[in-house]
Design a binder for this molecule. Structure first.
Ligand SMILES: [Zn+2]
Length: 489
């Protein structure tokens, strides 16, 4: 069996001013051909897929391209063209194929192209034809579209938030194995749901998202149901087909698929007010609570500046509050600011500098903060850390600055914005000594789990604001809840 494998991942924030280029992909991992097998055999969705096939049959993977770029603004046209060309040329050169697996994120926009995944799937079909089975996996924050669904034999989305990329690859692998062994004849039904909500209720272990995802898991235990995937679309995607969705794959039973898709869509709609509940509190209140907490580690989740949602990672809102309240115990804050990195390196370890830090990358939300800080250490570089489906990330040069009890990790590149403890350990900081850490994510604090005493969501401005009604929407289909009045039903 010769199976083509490829992956293309980026989560677009339509409101980010930072374009996504091939250099962005290189920061997280852009591989071709055999390099994909070396780097991804056990990592991410591709790893889960390959391990599943390795265990089940003799096969020859035909690796085409792998790219992950995190979350930022739209891709440049050249960047999308690069993937399109590599995929077309790679599949043409591959010769006869028995199937293809394509790992996608599902919410990537490029200049002039609202639905880049459907575009790439079209290119795939142009080369492999209609008969070769094509299975895709998606991030559950994907924007599922008509053109995506129409071009694939089956699809599966992540089951949990935090993301379970590897397991999703396993599920996609099992679906494709069933098709190749002629045990399964998948049919799909899907529904669009006129909903777009902030990310504060996105964890699948609690609240309404748990209720909705649990229903999908229960349905998968029913006879004939192969896969049910819910898609609470990432909240900053301004596209004409935007909004939540659900998709059901059954073994040849279209009526059953339609019925379950209706039921899943109805459940999400019934929970809509709960999905919109805000838990975040003001920066003043959050820092006061963290100060007064008996012990660390208190997570201060910077909801408006989530680097995994496409924000720039240089918001100074919480840092300014930490300075203003003169926090007395070790507080860790990440900050993307190449200019400050350069100035700190010039000052040298032990030197002092007065700089305008942060707030420069997003003209809509940025407010630089003037600080006088001591340079504690200089470092940075590429970190080999298997997280969220990629195997390494690059911070560029990085410095550690001290302002009282605050330690600011200033980096040249955004990387993962301090969301993994390895970046602090790199500077010999023991997380057990820290009282609080600002994380640039609204969900992914799992890497700090062993130290966490409390998580506080902070209501901060920025590209990933929870206040979706304040964003300048242009393309989203209307009406949509909760931005518009909707008829009760
Ligand atoms: Zn996601």
């Amino acid at each position: 069996m010769r199976i083509a494998i490829a992956s293309y991942g980026q989560e677009t924030s339509s409101f980010s001013p930072v374009p996504t280029t091939l250099e962005t992909y290189e920061l997280y991992g852009l591989f071709e051909g055999e390099q994909i097998l070396e780097k991804c055999r056990e990592v991410g969705a591709i790893g889960g897929f390959m391990q599943t096939f390795d265990a089940e049959l003799e096969w020859t993977p035909v690796p085409i391209i792998h790219g992950w770029a995190g979350a930022s603004g739209p891709l440049t046209a050249e960047t999308l063209h690069h993937f399109a060309k590599k995929i077309a040329d790679g599949l043409k050169a591959a010769g006869p194929l028995d199937a293809m697996y394509f790992a996608l994120h599902g919410a990537a926009v490029a200049d002039g192209v609202h639905d880049t995944e459907a575009y790439l799937l079209y290119i795939v079909r142009q080369v492999i034809g209609e008969e070769v089975p094509l299975v895709i996996s998606l991030d559950h924050h994907a924007n599922l579209t008509q053109a995506m669904v129409a071009q694939v034999d089956a699809l599966v989305g992540h089951r949990t938030q935090p993301h379970d990329q590897y397991e999703t690859g396993v599920l996609a692998g099992r679906l494709l194995l069933g098709i190749l062994r002629k045990q399964l004849e998948p049919v799909m039904a899907w529904r669009k749901i006129p909903l777009i909500t902030h990310q504060e209720q996105f964890l699948t272990a609690h609240g309404p998202m748990k209720a909705w995802f649990d229903l999908a898991r229960e349905m998968e235990t029913r006879p004939g149901v192969l896969s049910t995937s819910n898609f609470p679309m990432q909240p900053w995607l301004d596209v004409p087909e935007g909004g939540w969705a659900t998709a059901v794959v059954t073994n040849g039973d279209q009526a059953l698929a339609e019925e379950l898709a209706d039921e899943l869509a109805d459940r999400a709609w019934a929970l809509r007010e709960e999905f919109c509940r805000l838990d975040s509190i003001s920066p003043q209140e959050a820092v006061r609570r963290a100060q007064e907490a008996e012990k660390g580690l208190v997570i201060l989740s910077d909801t408006g500046d989530s680097v995994f949602g496409g924000a720039t990672g240089d918001s100074t809102t919480i840092l300014a509050e930490l300075v203003r309240q003169e926090v007395s115990s070790l507080a860790l804050v990440p900050m993307v600011d190449p200019e400050t990195v350069e100035a700190a390196i010039a000052a040298g370890v032990g030197g002092t500098l007065t700089v305008m830090v942060g707030g420069k990358l997003d003209p809509n939300f940025g407010t630089p903060l003037e600080l006088t800080a001591e340079v504690v250490a200089i470092g940075g570089g590429r970190f080999d850390v298997n997280m969220l489906g990629f195997e390494s990330f690059d911070l560029g040069q990085a410095v550690l600055l001290a302002v009282g009890a605050i330690r600011i990790l200033v980096t040249e590149k955004r990387g993962i914005g301090g969301n993994h403890p390895s970046v602090y350990e790199h500077f010999d900081i023991d997380l057990a000594d820290a009282k609080m850490v600002v994380l640039k994510t609204a969900s992914n604090w799992q890497f700090y789990q062993q130290w966490i005493s409390e998580v506080i969501r902070v209501d901060t401005p920025g590209g990933t604001t929870s206040h979706l009604e304040e964003l300048p929407w242009q393309h989203l289909p209307r009406p949509i809840y909760p931005l518009d009045e909707m008829a009760e039903e």
